[in-house]
Design a protein around this ligand. Sequence first.
Ligand code: GLV
Ligand code: MN
Ligand code: MN
Length: 372
Amino acid sequence: MAEVERWFVDIGLEVRVDAVGSRVGRLAGERPEVVMSGSHVDSVSSGGAYDGALGVIMAGCAVGWLAATRGRPLRTLEVFANCEEESSRFACNFWGSRAMAGLIEPEEPEGLADGEGVSIADAMRICGLDPAGLADARRTDLAAYVEPHIEQGPVLEETGDLIGVVDRVVGVRGLRVSLTGVGGHAGTLAMAARRDALAGAAEIVLGVERLARGRGAPTVATVGQIEVRPGGFNQVSGLARLTIDFRHPEEEVLAELDGELRGLVASVAAARVLEVEVSQGTMQAAIRFDGRVCTAIEQACRDAGVAWRRMPSLAGHDAQVIGRLCPAAMLFVPSKGGVSHRPDEETQLPHIVSGIEVLARTLFRLAYQPLP
Ligand code: GLV
Ligand code: MN
Ligand code: MN
């Protein structure tokens, strides 16, 4: 974040740290309402360098170029660098954008802890932030938000388009499941007497996959984390915790899936005589983006002479939270091989340059010109 701050200063922006630690670079306009662009700087563990960070860099390049060549805008321009979107340390995703939208629950700062038991509230204090003040991150001055991001899928590469104009994002939901059985000796505890929590988790993993495959695309469901106690090769597991992430563009389908997944967990637990607790994880509603912001991106693509297509996002993004506060949309650049959330994710430099040009032209329309 220190590097982000230095860079914002170098490109002529005033830097602010908001109440939850996001960095904001500001180019003051004649009017106070803000056109914002950016993304997140955190990453999944064992992730790549592009998911999130490239969006912040693209926004900084576009706004820095506008500052240098067009001077003071009509509407204020801001570059947003969200401190935490991915939930890689705390199960709190979209942290910076949820704070802006006033969507952080009061119990979250003290209630959510990392793997070492440090709460977000304590982590904030260590960074010099006051958890009691997080309501100050709320924004009521946003006129528009444009989030540039890597596609994270194969569509643009397959079609040969350079820009994805993203007009909607899927809903993302999560469940946290805890199964308690009886631990014991791997040699002496007879198979007939076992209440093995890990075996129950394994059955749930396969059931989740079967359920999503059975519904077909665009339904996806993933068990990405399992924690087993005590975890010895010669010990039967007394405890297993797992997460289920599931996504679909329609809220009604998400609600049905929620019921089916909870039913699956309950029936596996009952058949194996395991105690079970299910709690709600991520709950981000699907969103349709603002038609005017999508059109501004499309006009910018025409002006830049690049091929574009409208498309949905199958990954979650800050824009689906900020889009509840103000008109918003997203701009995708191609991902090599469609790969993401892996160290080898990549976007080629000429594609990044085209994306920055389209973003700069979009922000020029939104911040320098009277709105239609
Ligand atoms: C974020 O990368 C998400 O889609 O979960
Ligand atoms: Mn991601
Ligand atoms: Mn991302």
